[in-house]
Design a protein around this ligand. Structure first.
Ligand code: NOJ
Length: 557
Protein backbone atom coordinates (compact mmCIF):
# COMPACT_ATOMS: atom_id res chain seq x y z
CA UNK A 1 0.00 0.00 0.00
CA UNK A 2 1.37 3.41 -0.94
CA UNK A 3 2.15 5.57 2.08
CA UNK A 4 0.64 9.01 2.15
CA UNK A 5 3.44 11.50 1.67
CA UNK A 6 4.53 13.42 4.75
CA UNK A 7 4.38 16.17 5.80
CA UNK A 8 0.72 16.32 5.00
CA UNK A 9 -0.44 18.80 2.39
CA UNK A 10 -2.15 21.87 3.90
CA UNK A 11 -5.55 20.84 2.61
CA UNK A 12 -5.32 17.53 4.48
CA UNK A 13 -4.95 19.13 7.86
CA UNK A 14 -7.58 21.80 7.38
CA UNK A 15 -11.23 21.99 8.39
CA UNK A 16 -13.50 24.06 6.18
CA UNK A 17 -16.48 26.24 7.04
CA UNK A 18 -19.01 26.61 4.23
CA UNK A 19 -20.84 29.90 3.80
CA UNK A 20 -24.00 30.15 1.74
CA UNK A 21 -23.76 33.93 1.56
CA UNK A 22 -27.40 34.87 1.11
CA UNK A 23 -28.31 33.46 4.50
CA UNK A 24 -25.17 34.00 6.57
CA UNK A 25 -25.28 37.53 7.95
CA UNK A 26 -26.73 40.76 6.61
CA UNK A 27 -24.21 43.54 7.09
CA UNK A 28 -25.92 46.32 5.12
CA UNK A 29 -29.47 46.05 6.34
CA UNK A 30 -31.29 44.93 3.19
CA UNK A 31 -32.45 41.55 4.46
CA UNK A 32 -29.88 39.61 2.40
CA UNK A 33 -26.68 38.08 3.74
CA UNK A 34 -23.53 39.63 2.26
CA UNK A 35 -19.79 40.17 2.47
CA UNK A 36 -20.17 43.07 4.90
CA UNK A 37 -21.77 40.49 7.14
CA UNK A 38 -19.00 37.96 6.57
CA UNK A 39 -16.41 40.57 7.50
CA UNK A 40 -18.09 41.04 10.86
CA UNK A 41 -18.19 37.32 11.50
CA UNK A 42 -14.64 36.35 10.56
CA UNK A 43 -13.59 36.18 14.19
CA UNK A 44 -16.50 33.90 14.95
CA UNK A 45 -15.49 31.62 12.07
CA UNK A 46 -11.88 31.61 13.23
CA UNK A 47 -13.00 30.84 16.77
CA UNK A 48 -14.47 27.54 15.59
CA UNK A 49 -11.00 26.24 14.87
CA UNK A 50 -11.46 25.92 11.14
CA UNK A 51 -8.76 26.77 8.64
CA UNK A 52 -10.66 27.75 5.53
CA UNK A 53 -13.89 29.20 4.23
CA UNK A 54 -15.67 27.87 1.17
CA UNK A 55 -17.98 30.46 -0.32
CA UNK A 56 -20.97 29.20 -2.27
CA UNK A 57 -21.19 31.44 -5.36
CA UNK A 58 -20.79 35.16 -4.75
CA UNK A 59 -20.94 36.12 -8.43
CA UNK A 60 -23.56 38.23 -10.23
CA UNK A 61 -26.57 36.03 -10.88
CA UNK A 62 -30.27 36.26 -11.63
CA UNK A 63 -30.73 33.72 -8.81
CA UNK A 64 -32.62 31.09 -10.76
CA UNK A 65 -30.54 28.65 -8.72
CA UNK A 66 -29.28 31.07 -6.06
CA UNK A 67 -25.88 31.78 -7.50
CA UNK A 68 -25.27 28.45 -9.22
CA UNK A 69 -26.40 30.31 -12.34
CA UNK A 70 -23.50 32.67 -12.92
CA UNK A 71 -23.92 35.75 -15.11
CA UNK A 72 -20.35 37.01 -14.70
CA UNK A 73 -17.44 34.89 -13.46
CA UNK A 74 -15.30 37.86 -12.56
CA UNK A 75 -17.58 39.91 -10.38
CA UNK A 76 -19.41 39.94 -7.07
CA UNK A 77 -23.21 40.15 -6.96
CA UNK A 78 -24.43 43.57 -5.88
CA UNK A 79 -26.44 41.91 -3.13
CA UNK A 80 -23.19 40.65 -1.63
CA UNK A 81 -20.87 43.63 -2.17
CA UNK A 82 -18.15 44.55 -4.60
CA UNK A 83 -14.90 43.08 -5.82
CA UNK A 84 -13.02 45.51 -3.54
CA UNK A 85 -15.04 44.29 -0.58
CA UNK A 86 -14.30 40.70 -1.53
CA UNK A 87 -10.60 41.53 -1.62
CA UNK A 88 -10.89 43.00 1.85
CA UNK A 89 -12.61 39.84 3.11
CA UNK A 90 -9.90 37.77 1.46
CA UNK A 91 -7.12 39.79 3.07
CA UNK A 92 -8.79 39.75 6.49
CA UNK A 93 -9.40 36.01 6.23
CA UNK A 94 -5.76 35.45 5.28
CA UNK A 95 -4.63 37.64 8.18
CA UNK A 96 -6.46 35.26 10.48
CA UNK A 97 -4.87 32.24 8.85
CA UNK A 98 -8.04 31.27 7.00
CA UNK A 99 -7.79 30.09 3.41
CA UNK A 100 -10.52 31.04 0.97
CA UNK A 101 -12.09 28.62 -1.47
CA UNK A 102 -14.39 29.81 -4.24
CA UNK A 103 -17.20 27.86 -5.87
CA UNK A 104 -16.43 27.23 -9.49
CA UNK A 105 -19.51 26.43 -11.54
CA UNK A 106 -18.40 25.52 -15.04
CA UNK A 107 -20.85 22.89 -16.15
CA UNK A 108 -23.25 25.69 -16.99
CA UNK A 109 -23.67 29.46 -16.86
CA UNK A 110 -26.74 31.59 -16.44
CA UNK A 111 -28.71 32.25 -19.61
CA UNK A 112 -28.03 35.89 -18.75
CA UNK A 113 -24.29 35.42 -19.12
CA UNK A 114 -22.88 37.45 -21.99
CA UNK A 115 -21.51 34.29 -23.65
CA UNK A 116 -24.96 32.77 -23.80
CA UNK A 117 -26.56 35.94 -25.08
CA UNK A 118 -23.97 36.11 -27.86
CA UNK A 119 -24.29 32.39 -28.56
CA UNK A 120 -27.80 32.91 -29.88
CA UNK A 121 -26.24 34.27 -33.06
CA UNK A 122 -25.51 31.14 -35.09
CA UNK A 123 -22.63 32.89 -36.80
CA UNK A 124 -20.96 34.01 -33.60
CA UNK A 125 -17.94 32.11 -32.23
CA UNK A 126 -19.95 31.93 -28.99
CA UNK A 127 -22.54 29.70 -30.65
CA UNK A 128 -20.32 26.72 -30.03
CA UNK A 129 -19.79 27.65 -26.35
CA UNK A 130 -23.06 25.86 -25.61
CA UNK A 131 -24.90 22.81 -26.92
CA UNK A 132 -27.15 24.29 -29.59
CA UNK A 133 -28.83 21.63 -31.71
CA UNK A 134 -31.59 21.40 -34.29
CA UNK A 135 -34.75 19.65 -33.15
CA UNK A 136 -35.74 16.18 -34.18
CA UNK A 137 -38.79 17.15 -36.21
CA UNK A 138 -41.01 18.91 -33.68
CA UNK A 139 -39.23 17.19 -30.83
CA UNK A 140 -36.06 18.16 -28.92
CA UNK A 141 -32.75 16.79 -30.23
CA UNK A 142 -32.77 13.82 -27.82
CA UNK A 143 -34.72 12.39 -24.88
CA UNK A 144 -32.56 13.81 -22.09
CA UNK A 145 -34.40 15.09 -19.06
CA UNK A 146 -33.12 17.85 -16.87
CA UNK A 147 -32.41 17.29 -13.20
CA UNK A 148 -34.42 20.39 -12.34
CA UNK A 149 -37.02 21.17 -15.01
CA UNK A 150 -38.60 18.75 -17.50
CA UNK A 151 -36.87 18.20 -20.82
CA UNK A 152 -33.18 19.05 -20.89
CA UNK A 153 -33.79 21.18 -23.98
CA UNK A 154 -35.33 24.58 -24.57
CA UNK A 155 -36.11 25.88 -28.03
CA UNK A 156 -35.03 29.48 -28.51
CA UNK A 157 -37.18 31.61 -30.78
CA UNK A 158 -34.12 33.56 -31.99
CA UNK A 159 -32.39 30.56 -33.54
CA UNK A 160 -35.12 27.96 -33.88
CA UNK A 161 -32.54 25.67 -32.25
CA UNK A 162 -32.58 24.02 -28.87
CA UNK A 163 -30.01 24.51 -26.12
CA UNK A 164 -29.11 21.89 -23.52
CA UNK A 165 -29.63 22.44 -19.80
CA UNK A 166 -28.96 19.57 -17.41
CA UNK A 167 -30.16 21.79 -14.54
CA UNK A 168 -32.69 24.66 -14.72
CA UNK A 169 -33.79 26.23 -17.99
CA UNK A 170 -31.82 29.29 -17.02
CA UNK A 171 -28.64 27.20 -16.65
CA UNK A 172 -27.47 26.32 -20.17
CA UNK A 173 -24.63 23.77 -20.27
CA UNK A 174 -21.25 24.90 -21.51
CA UNK A 175 -19.69 22.90 -24.31
CA UNK A 176 -16.44 21.92 -22.64
CA UNK A 177 -15.28 20.03 -25.73
CA UNK A 178 -14.72 23.45 -27.31
CA UNK A 179 -11.09 24.44 -26.53
CA UNK A 180 -12.14 28.09 -26.38
CA UNK A 181 -14.49 27.32 -23.50
CA UNK A 182 -11.68 25.59 -21.65
CA UNK A 183 -9.45 28.62 -22.21
CA UNK A 184 -12.20 30.79 -20.71
CA UNK A 185 -12.43 28.49 -17.69
CA UNK A 186 -8.67 28.64 -17.20
CA UNK A 187 -8.76 32.43 -17.41
CA UNK A 188 -11.46 32.55 -14.78
CA UNK A 189 -9.38 30.29 -12.53
CA UNK A 190 -6.32 32.50 -13.03
CA UNK A 191 -8.35 35.61 -12.27
CA UNK A 192 -9.24 34.38 -8.78
CA UNK A 193 -5.96 32.65 -8.07
CA UNK A 194 -4.01 35.78 -9.02
CA UNK A 195 -6.20 37.68 -6.59
CA UNK A 196 -5.08 35.25 -3.92
CA UNK A 197 -7.86 32.72 -3.43
CA UNK A 198 -6.61 29.31 -2.40
CA UNK A 199 -8.69 26.93 -4.42
CA UNK A 200 -12.03 25.86 -5.79
CA UNK A 201 -14.99 23.71 -4.97
CA UNK A 202 -15.95 22.51 -8.43
CA UNK A 203 -19.68 22.19 -8.96
CA UNK A 204 -20.96 18.92 -10.55
CA UNK A 205 -17.53 18.51 -12.05
CA UNK A 206 -18.17 14.98 -13.29
CA UNK A 207 -20.92 16.30 -15.60
CA UNK A 208 -18.72 18.58 -17.69
CA UNK A 209 -18.19 16.15 -20.59
CA UNK A 210 -21.01 14.85 -22.75
CA UNK A 211 -20.87 11.85 -25.08
CA UNK A 212 -20.18 12.69 -28.70
CA UNK A 213 -23.40 13.00 -30.69
CA UNK A 214 -25.50 13.35 -27.52
CA UNK A 215 -27.22 9.95 -27.95
CA UNK A 216 -30.60 9.16 -26.40
CA UNK A 217 -30.46 7.86 -22.85
CA UNK A 218 -32.42 5.27 -20.92
CA UNK A 219 -35.88 6.86 -20.63
CA UNK A 220 -36.37 8.10 -17.06
CA UNK A 221 -38.72 10.83 -15.78
CA UNK A 222 -35.79 12.75 -14.26
CA UNK A 223 -32.20 12.71 -15.38
CA UNK A 224 -32.68 10.63 -18.56
CA UNK A 225 -29.37 10.71 -20.40
CA UNK A 226 -27.23 10.77 -17.30
CA UNK A 227 -25.20 7.80 -18.50
CA UNK A 228 -24.08 10.06 -21.35
CA UNK A 229 -22.96 12.96 -19.20
CA UNK A 230 -21.76 11.49 -15.91
CA UNK A 231 -18.04 10.78 -15.47
CA UNK A 232 -17.40 10.44 -19.17
CA UNK A 233 -13.74 9.81 -20.09
CA UNK A 234 -13.17 13.38 -21.30
CA UNK A 235 -13.79 14.77 -17.79
CA UNK A 236 -10.34 13.53 -16.91
CA UNK A 237 -8.76 15.16 -19.94
CA UNK A 238 -10.32 18.51 -19.05
CA UNK A 239 -9.30 18.26 -15.41
CA UNK A 240 -5.77 17.35 -16.41
CA UNK A 241 -5.60 20.38 -18.65
CA UNK A 242 -6.88 22.67 -15.85
CA UNK A 243 -4.39 21.16 -13.45
CA UNK A 244 -1.38 21.37 -15.73
CA UNK A 245 -2.08 24.76 -17.25
CA UNK A 246 -3.27 26.54 -14.12
CA UNK A 247 -3.89 24.89 -10.78
CA UNK A 248 -0.52 23.32 -10.09
CA UNK A 249 1.19 26.66 -10.71
CA UNK A 250 -0.64 28.11 -7.71
CA UNK A 251 -0.66 25.12 -5.34
CA UNK A 252 -4.42 25.53 -5.59
CA UNK A 253 -6.77 23.20 -3.77
CA UNK A 254 -9.66 21.48 -5.53
CA UNK A 255 -12.66 19.53 -4.31
CA UNK A 256 -14.99 18.24 -6.97
CA UNK A 257 -18.68 17.62 -6.41
CA UNK A 258 -19.53 14.24 -7.87
CA UNK A 259 -23.06 12.83 -7.75
CA UNK A 260 -23.29 9.03 -8.02
CA UNK A 261 -19.60 8.66 -7.27
CA UNK A 262 -18.23 5.33 -6.02
CA UNK A 263 -14.88 4.72 -4.31
CA UNK A 264 -13.63 2.75 -7.31
CA UNK A 265 -14.39 5.54 -9.72
CA UNK A 266 -13.19 8.25 -7.34
CA UNK A 267 -9.77 6.66 -7.27
CA UNK A 268 -9.42 7.50 -10.94
CA UNK A 269 -9.58 11.17 -9.99
CA UNK A 270 -8.04 11.48 -6.56
CA UNK A 271 -5.40 8.77 -6.23
CA UNK A 272 -2.29 10.49 -4.96
CA UNK A 273 0.96 10.79 -6.83
CA UNK A 274 1.05 10.30 -10.58
CA UNK A 275 -1.96 11.64 -12.36
CA UNK A 276 -4.06 13.02 -9.48
CA UNK A 277 -6.72 15.25 -11.00
CA UNK A 278 -8.48 16.64 -7.93
CA UNK A 279 -7.50 16.79 -4.27
CA UNK A 280 -10.84 15.68 -2.89
CA UNK A 281 -14.22 14.58 -4.01
CA UNK A 282 -17.65 15.14 -2.51
CA UNK A 283 -19.49 11.88 -2.99
CA UNK A 284 -23.10 11.36 -1.90
CA UNK A 285 -23.18 7.77 -0.70
CA UNK A 286 -23.47 8.54 3.01
CA UNK A 287 -26.22 11.09 2.28
CA UNK A 288 -28.49 8.26 1.13
CA UNK A 289 -29.06 6.58 4.49
CA UNK A 290 -32.63 7.93 4.65
CA UNK A 291 -33.55 8.21 1.01
CA UNK A 292 -33.30 6.42 -2.29
CA UNK A 293 -30.84 8.08 -4.71
CA UNK A 294 -32.18 11.58 -4.01
CA UNK A 295 -33.39 13.40 -0.89
CA UNK A 296 -36.80 13.62 -2.55
CA UNK A 297 -37.42 9.87 -2.34
CA UNK A 298 -37.35 9.57 1.44
CA UNK A 299 -37.06 6.29 3.36
CA UNK A 300 -36.58 5.41 7.00
CA UNK A 301 -33.11 6.19 8.34
CA UNK A 302 -30.87 3.12 8.23
CA UNK A 303 -27.76 3.46 10.32
CA UNK A 304 -26.30 0.41 8.62
CA UNK A 305 -26.41 2.19 5.28
CA UNK A 306 -24.60 5.14 6.80
CA UNK A 307 -21.93 2.95 8.38
CA UNK A 308 -21.43 1.02 5.20
CA UNK A 309 -20.95 4.15 3.11
CA UNK A 310 -18.62 5.94 5.52
CA UNK A 311 -16.70 2.81 6.42
CA UNK A 312 -16.16 1.83 2.81
CA UNK A 313 -14.72 5.24 1.96
CA UNK A 314 -12.50 5.17 5.05
CA UNK A 315 -11.09 1.79 4.06
CA UNK A 316 -10.90 2.33 0.32
CA UNK A 317 -9.14 5.69 0.43
CA UNK A 318 -6.65 4.64 3.08
CA UNK A 319 -3.08 5.19 1.91
CA UNK A 320 -4.34 5.91 -1.59
CA UNK A 321 -6.35 9.11 -1.52
CA UNK A 322 -7.99 11.51 0.92
CA UNK A 323 -11.60 11.70 2.05
CA UNK A 324 -13.85 14.76 2.13
CA UNK A 325 -16.02 14.51 5.26
CA UNK A 326 -19.35 16.30 5.44
CA UNK A 327 -22.87 15.87 6.76
CA UNK A 328 -24.46 19.12 5.63
CA UNK A 329 -24.30 21.67 2.88
CA UNK A 330 -26.71 23.97 1.06
CA UNK A 331 -28.22 21.04 -0.90
CA UNK A 332 -29.59 18.88 1.91
CA UNK A 333 -31.96 19.20 4.86
CA UNK A 334 -30.36 19.63 8.28
CA UNK A 335 -28.60 16.52 9.57
CA UNK A 336 -30.12 16.50 13.07
CA UNK A 337 -33.59 16.43 11.48
CA UNK A 338 -32.45 13.59 9.22
CA UNK A 339 -30.10 11.21 11.00
CA UNK A 340 -30.46 12.53 14.54
CA UNK A 341 -33.41 13.61 16.64
CA UNK A 342 -34.96 17.04 17.09
CA UNK A 343 -36.14 15.86 20.51
CA UNK A 344 -32.56 15.03 21.50
CA UNK A 345 -31.17 17.84 19.42
CA UNK A 346 -28.00 18.59 21.34
CA UNK A 347 -27.24 14.97 22.20
CA UNK A 348 -27.76 13.69 18.67
CA UNK A 349 -25.98 16.72 17.20
CA UNK A 350 -22.95 15.89 19.34
CA UNK A 351 -23.06 12.24 18.34
CA UNK A 352 -23.23 13.12 14.65
CA UNK A 353 -20.36 15.59 14.99
CA UNK A 354 -18.07 13.14 16.76
CA UNK A 355 -19.08 10.34 14.40
CA UNK A 356 -17.78 12.15 11.32
CA UNK A 357 -15.12 14.50 12.71
CA UNK A 358 -13.10 11.64 14.16
CA UNK A 359 -12.75 9.95 10.79
CA UNK A 360 -9.82 10.43 8.43
CA UNK A 361 -10.18 13.17 5.84
CA UNK A 362 -10.80 16.87 5.47
CA UNK A 363 -13.98 17.94 7.27
CA UNK A 364 -16.48 20.51 6.04
CA UNK A 365 -18.96 22.22 8.36
CA UNK A 366 -21.93 24.07 6.95
CA UNK A 367 -23.12 27.34 8.48
CA UNK A 368 -25.52 26.67 11.34
CA UNK A 369 -24.52 23.02 11.66
CA UNK A 370 -22.22 23.98 14.52
CA UNK A 371 -25.13 25.36 16.53
CA UNK A 372 -27.45 22.49 15.64
CA UNK A 373 -29.92 24.26 13.38
CA UNK A 374 -32.82 22.06 12.34
CA UNK A 375 -35.34 21.87 9.50
CA UNK A 376 -38.02 24.53 9.20
CA UNK A 377 -41.74 23.67 8.82
CA UNK A 378 -43.41 25.66 6.06
CA UNK A 379 -47.18 25.99 6.14
CA UNK A 380 -47.70 26.38 2.41
CA UNK A 381 -45.83 25.82 -0.83
CA UNK A 382 -45.62 29.52 -1.60
CA UNK A 383 -43.11 29.86 1.21
CA UNK A 384 -40.59 27.84 -0.81
CA UNK A 385 -38.34 29.40 -3.44
CA UNK A 386 -36.21 26.58 -4.83
CA UNK A 387 -36.47 25.35 -8.41
CA UNK A 388 -35.69 21.76 -7.41
CA UNK A 389 -38.43 21.72 -4.77
CA UNK A 390 -40.97 22.90 -7.35
CA UNK A 391 -39.78 20.40 -9.93
CA UNK A 392 -40.28 17.59 -7.44
CA UNK A 393 -43.76 18.97 -6.78
CA UNK A 394 -44.58 18.49 -10.48
CA UNK A 395 -43.15 14.99 -10.49
CA UNK A 396 -45.08 13.95 -7.38
CA UNK A 397 -48.27 15.44 -8.88
CA UNK A 398 -47.87 13.00 -11.79
CA UNK A 399 -48.36 10.24 -9.22
CA UNK A 400 -51.34 12.00 -7.63
CA UNK A 401 -49.39 13.29 -4.63
CA UNK A 402 -50.41 16.91 -4.16
CA UNK A 403 -51.48 19.54 -1.64
CA UNK A 404 -50.66 18.78 1.97
CA UNK A 405 -49.23 15.42 1.08
CA UNK A 406 -46.57 17.08 -1.04
CA UNK A 407 -46.07 19.86 1.50
CA UNK A 408 -45.09 17.21 4.04
CA UNK A 409 -42.57 15.78 1.60
CA UNK A 410 -41.15 19.22 0.79
CA UNK A 411 -40.83 20.01 4.48
CA UNK A 412 -38.84 16.89 5.01
CA UNK A 413 -36.82 16.77 1.80
CA UNK A 414 -36.26 20.29 0.52
CA UNK A 415 -32.75 21.67 0.53
CA UNK A 416 -34.28 24.96 1.58
CA UNK A 417 -34.17 23.57 5.09
CA UNK A 418 -30.47 24.40 4.95
CA UNK A 419 -31.03 27.84 3.52
CA UNK A 420 -32.95 29.57 6.29
CA UNK A 421 -31.00 32.51 7.71
CA UNK A 422 -28.28 31.77 10.23
CA UNK A 423 -29.54 32.14 13.80
CA UNK A 424 -27.16 34.48 15.59
CA UNK A 425 -29.14 35.46 18.68
CA UNK A 426 -32.68 35.72 19.98
CA UNK A 427 -33.33 39.22 18.67
CA UNK A 428 -35.98 39.52 15.93
CA UNK A 429 -35.04 37.57 12.78
CA UNK A 430 -32.53 35.62 14.83
CA UNK A 431 -30.19 38.60 14.62
CA UNK A 432 -29.59 37.79 10.95
CA UNK A 433 -30.91 41.14 9.73
CA UNK A 434 -32.71 44.19 11.02
CA UNK A 435 -34.69 44.33 7.79
CA UNK A 436 -37.25 41.82 6.60
CA UNK A 437 -35.12 38.77 5.71
CA UNK A 438 -35.22 37.51 2.12
CA UNK A 439 -36.24 34.08 3.45
CA UNK A 440 -38.09 32.83 6.50
CA UNK A 441 -36.10 32.52 9.68
CA UNK A 442 -36.76 29.30 11.57
CA UNK A 443 -38.92 30.38 14.53
CA UNK A 444 -36.82 28.17 16.79
CA UNK A 445 -34.12 30.87 16.76
CA UNK A 446 -35.29 31.83 20.24
CA UNK A 447 -33.78 28.57 21.52
CA UNK A 448 -31.23 27.76 18.85
CA UNK A 449 -28.78 30.57 18.23
CA UNK A 450 -25.06 31.24 18.32
CA UNK A 451 -25.15 33.69 21.23
CA UNK A 452 -26.90 31.30 23.59
CA UNK A 453 -24.67 28.47 22.44
CA UNK A 454 -21.63 30.61 23.19
CA UNK A 455 -22.85 31.17 26.75
CA UNK A 456 -23.55 27.49 27.43
CA UNK A 457 -20.43 25.43 28.11
CA UNK A 458 -22.35 22.25 27.19
CA UNK A 459 -23.51 23.52 23.83
CA UNK A 460 -22.99 21.86 20.51
CA UNK A 461 -20.96 24.89 19.44
CA UNK A 462 -18.37 24.24 22.15
CA UNK A 463 -18.41 20.54 21.30
CA UNK A 464 -17.54 21.33 17.68
CA UNK A 465 -14.70 23.56 18.82
CA UNK A 466 -13.38 20.87 21.13
CA UNK A 467 -13.55 18.20 18.43
CA UNK A 468 -11.79 20.41 15.90
CA UNK A 469 -9.05 21.16 18.41
CA UNK A 470 -8.77 17.48 19.27
CA UNK A 471 -8.30 16.66 15.58
CA UNK A 472 -5.45 19.17 15.40
CA UNK A 473 -3.73 17.76 18.47
CA UNK A 474 -4.03 14.10 17.48
CA UNK A 475 -2.51 13.05 14.16
CA UNK A 476 -4.05 9.65 14.77
CA UNK A 477 -7.34 11.04 13.49
CA UNK A 478 -5.82 11.86 10.14
CA UNK A 479 -3.51 8.90 9.86
CA UNK A 480 -4.85 6.07 11.96
CA UNK A 481 -6.32 2.75 10.89
CA UNK A 482 -10.08 2.46 10.94
CA UNK A 483 -11.83 -0.57 12.36
CA UNK A 484 -15.51 -1.08 13.11
CA UNK A 485 -17.22 -3.00 15.91
CA UNK A 486 -20.92 -3.81 16.19
CA UNK A 487 -21.08 -3.86 12.41
CA UNK A 488 -24.49 -5.46 12.38
CA UNK A 489 -26.03 -3.15 14.94
CA UNK A 490 -28.86 -0.96 13.67
CA UNK A 491 -28.35 1.52 16.47
CA UNK A 492 -24.68 1.62 17.34
CA UNK A 493 -21.82 2.99 15.30
CA UNK A 494 -18.61 1.99 17.03
CA UNK A 495 -15.22 2.39 15.46
CA UNK A 496 -11.61 2.42 16.49
CA UNK A 497 -8.76 4.49 15.16
CA UNK A 498 -5.20 3.33 15.81
CA UNK A 499 -1.85 4.82 14.99
CA UNK A 500 1.68 4.33 16.32
CA UNK A 501 0.57 2.68 19.55
CA UNK A 502 -2.27 5.12 20.24
CA UNK A 503 -5.92 4.25 19.98
CA UNK A 504 -9.29 5.94 20.00
CA UNK A 505 -12.66 4.28 20.37
CA UNK A 506 -15.72 6.18 19.17
CA UNK A 507 -19.05 4.89 20.45
CA UNK A 508 -22.18 6.47 19.02
CA UNK A 509 -25.74 5.45 19.71
CA UNK A 510 -28.28 6.52 17.13
CA UNK A 511 -31.24 5.53 19.25
CA UNK A 512 -33.42 6.93 21.99
CA UNK A 513 -33.60 3.43 23.42
CA UNK A 514 -30.92 1.99 25.70
CA UNK A 515 -28.23 0.01 23.88
CA UNK A 516 -25.84 -2.36 25.62
CA UNK A 517 -22.18 -1.73 24.91
CA UNK A 518 -19.26 -3.90 26.01
CA UNK A 519 -15.65 -2.87 25.71
CA UNK A 520 -14.21 -4.50 22.58
CA UNK A 521 -11.15 -6.75 22.89
CA UNK A 522 -8.10 -4.76 23.86
CA UNK A 523 -10.12 -2.06 25.63
CA UNK A 524 -10.51 -1.57 29.35
CA UNK A 525 -12.71 1.43 30.09
CA UNK A 526 -11.43 1.60 33.65
CA UNK A 527 -7.94 2.29 32.26
CA UNK A 528 -8.81 4.24 29.14
CA UNK A 529 -9.39 7.98 29.30
CA UNK A 530 -12.83 9.17 28.28
CA UNK A 531 -12.00 12.18 26.12
CA UNK A 532 -15.52 13.03 24.96
CA UNK A 533 -18.98 12.25 26.25
CA UNK A 534 -22.32 13.95 25.69
CA UNK A 535 -23.66 12.93 29.10
CA UNK A 536 -22.12 13.41 32.55
CA UNK A 537 -19.11 11.14 32.97
CA UNK A 538 -19.92 8.06 35.07
CA UNK A 539 -18.12 8.02 38.41
CA UNK A 540 -16.66 4.60 37.71
CA UNK A 541 -16.04 3.43 34.18
CA UNK A 542 -17.20 -0.12 33.75
CA UNK A 543 -16.55 -2.31 30.76
CA UNK A 544 -20.26 -2.71 30.14
CA UNK A 545 -22.77 0.06 30.01
CA UNK A 546 -26.19 0.88 28.67
CA UNK A 547 -26.49 3.99 26.56
CA UNK A 548 -28.65 7.00 27.16
CA UNK A 549 -30.51 8.52 24.18
CA UNK A 550 -28.06 9.30 21.39
CA UNK A 551 -25.15 8.85 23.73
CA UNK A 552 -21.66 9.30 22.45
CA UNK A 553 -18.46 8.39 24.24
CA UNK A 554 -14.92 8.59 22.96
CA UNK A 555 -12.14 6.74 24.75
CA UNK A 556 -8.42 7.12 24.23
CA UNK A 557 -6.05 4.28 24.99
C1 NOJ B 1 -24.74 21.50 -7.21
C2 NOJ B 1 -24.94 22.67 -6.31
O1 NOJ B 1 -24.43 22.38 -5.05
C3 NOJ B 1 -26.42 22.95 -6.31
O2 NOJ B 1 -26.79 23.87 -5.32
C4 NOJ B 1 -26.82 23.40 -7.68
O3 NOJ B 1 -28.21 23.58 -7.73
C5 NOJ B 1 -26.40 22.40 -8.75
N1 NOJ B 1 -25.08 21.87 -8.54
C6 NOJ B 1 -26.41 23.04 -10.11
O4 NOJ B 1 -25.38 23.98 -10.17
Amino acid sequence: MAEITKPLAWWKTMAVYQIWPRSFFDGNGDGIGDLWGVLQKLDYIKSLGVDAIWFSPLYPTPNADYGYDIADYRGIAEDYGTLELFQKVLAEAHDRGLKVIMDLVINHTSDEHEWFQKSKDVNSPYHDYYYWRKGNGKKPPNNWKSVFEGSAWVRAEETGEYYLHIFAKKQPDLNMSNPKVREEVKDVMRFWLEMGVDGFREDVITYIAKDEGLPNGIPLPVGAGLEHYTSRPAVKDYLREFRDDVLRRYDAFTVGEAPMMTPKLAKKYITEGGDQLLNLMFHFQHMEADCFLTDFIPTRFHLKKLKKALGTWQREMRGVAWNALYLENHDHPRIISRYGSEKYRVESGKTLAAMYLLQSGTPFIYQGQEIGMTNIRMSSMDQFKDVLTFNSQKLYAMFGIKGDRYLRIANRCSRENARTPMQWNNAPNGGFSEADPWFRVNPNYTEINAEDAEADPNSLLHWYRALLKFRKDNPLILLGDYKEYYKNSRNLYVYERAHEGKKLLVICSFSEKPQRVSAPDGWDFAQAVQVFGNYAKPAAQTNRFTTQPYECRVYAG
